[in-house]
Design a protein around this ligand. Structure first.
Ligand code: SF4
Length: 457
């Protein structure tokens, strides 16, 4: 029989994204920063030391960074805190240590944790349709702090504080200290009573099977309070999935390495296993430089405790992780080194003063395209749009898109908890808005005319 020799021609072609990564998986030496030059490893790795030395204002930041923070940039940061900031400053040393002190102006961690006035867009700092609590989470509270938006899952906000405050926080309405521009809302009910009301609601609502326990950040809930709450959730027969949400796993990994916290998490994971309940941790890492061995060690501790998974829900932000290069590098750092599963990247929500971070839906679609095919399918994050009154939608799921006005239209297949008597809830189209500065001139002109009629909310 005649055979044909096949030419072997496959080789690892030159690719737009280069793998293996050039970035190393190391803990940057904190002693390079003037304020930390005498800090011993024992202190650095202590959660208490990190909390006690968390930077709360620009004076403290200057003391840490010394000459790396020049006067002009310091003034730029001051102007932002005074005129624009929706979040007050709170940055643990662990996070400062992930910044490039030699180029603070362009450093992506600085850019999202500590915005400067010159970062904000000069004409469109806010979208005309921006609003506090843009996702209407508090409108959908079943009891104070418990958002019931989806049919089978809820979000329980246990605290309104975090170990760190991100400049873009979508819960800017409630989370953190007031800033000169934003007076924060407050929970009215004392925590113990509120937690009990949340549990009561879930006991009498068998439609709910899935609880995201969040805040704020669960790293700010003492384990002596977190453990009984989560344990009580597991006693409710309808609860089958529990996710604990914490950015602190990256911002303050030392918290999760404390013996008391580890033991509490172990007991919870053991009970979850016995009850056949899924328990996982969700974190929020936005930049490759934030994936360090201490973060990996904390993730390991959570997995060793028996949690099913640690997944990342990042926020997509211009100049932070908006290129395919930056996003793939971050995802590979997470999967190769820290055992964090890339899961979602949310579009930055339409809150006041956040336009410089936001991308258009078209840009997000293009980014999703550009990251496909490199990571394993199960570790390829979905770029997701949280559409007001709808919920999460994959970025290609829109029903229609006016590229001139930058308005995308979305539909949904369930009612939120406040729409039981709304006959149009399932047929209506819900809108999401691109940043105006990404639009063609006719689109910009349209929004200028809208803005003139109705000033930004
Ligand atoms: S950790 Fe989450 S809740 Fe806390 S400030 Fe950052 S984005 Fe907001």
């Amino acid at each position: 029989m005649k055979t044909t020799a096949r030419t072997v021609k496959a080789d690892p072609a030159k690719q737009p994204f280069k793998y293996p990564l050039q970035r190393r998986y190391i803990e940057p030496d904190w002693r390079r920063l003037p304020g930390y030059k005498d800090v011993a490893r024992k202190d650095w790795e202590s959660a208490l030391w990190q909390r006690q030395h968390t930077v709360k204002n620009l004076k403290e930041l200057k003391a840490v960074l010394g000459g790396f923070l020049d006067d002009a940039f310091l003034a730029d940061l001051e102007a932002d805190q005074r005129d624009w900031a929706t979040m007050s400053i709170l940055i643990p040393p662990q996070m400062i240590n992930c910044m490039d002190e030699g180029d603070l102006r362009h450093d992506p961690v600085r850019r999202y944790m500590l915005p400067a006035a010159s970062d904000r867009h000069p004409e469109w700092p806010s979208h005309p349709m921006a609003s506090r609590d843009s996702l209407h989470e508090s409108d959908m509270w079943a009891v104070e702090g418990l958002t019931h938006r989806y049919p089978t899952k809820v979000l329980a906000e246990l605290v309104a504080t975090c170990p760190q405050y991100c400049g873009h926080c979508t819960r800017m309405d409630l989370v953190g200290l007031s800033t000169p521009q934003v007076t924060k809302g407050r929970f009215q009910t004392p925590p113990k009573e509120r937690f009990e009301k949340i549990l009561e609601y879930l006991r009498k609502t068998p439609q709910v099977r899935d609880v995201v326990v969040s805040g704020g950040d669960i790293a700010n809930v003492p384990i002596q309070q977190l453990e009984p709450f989560v344990s009580a959730l597991m006693d409710i027969p309808n609860i089958r999935d529990i996710r604990l949400a914490t950015k602190g796993l990256q911002g303050l990994p030392q918290h999760f390495l404390q013996d008391e916290v580890r033991r509490g998490l172990e007991r919870l994971a053991k009970k979850a296993r016995q009850r056949n309940i899924d328990i996982a941790m969700h974190t929020h890492i936005n930049c490759a430089s934030q994936v360090t061995p201490l973060v990996g060690k904390a993730v390991r501790a959570v997995l060793d405790a028996g949690f099913r998974d640690v997944r990342n829900q990042g926020v997509l932000m211009r100049g932070v992780n908006s290129s395919a290069q930056d996003m793939l590098e971050l995802c590979f750092m997470m999967v190769d080194h820290a055992r964090v599963m890339p899961y979602y990247f949310y579009m930055c929500d339409i809150i006041p003063n956040c336009e410089h971070w936001r991308l258009s839906v078209a840009e997000a679609q293009s980014l999703q395209h550009d990251i496909m095919g490199y990571l394993p399918g199960f570790a390829t994050p979905r770029v997701t749009c949280d559409v007001p009154f709808v919920g999460k939608r994959w970025i290609h799921q829109l029903a229609d898109y006016d590229r001139v006005k930058g308005v995308s239209y979305w539909t949904k297949n369930y009612r939120t908890s406040i729409e039981h008597d709304d006959p149009e809830a399932l047929s209506r189209r819900y809108e999401y808005y691109d940043p105006v500065y990404t639009l063609p001139p006719e689109g910009v002109a349209y929004w200028r005319s809208q803005k003139a009629k109705a000033p930004a909310r």
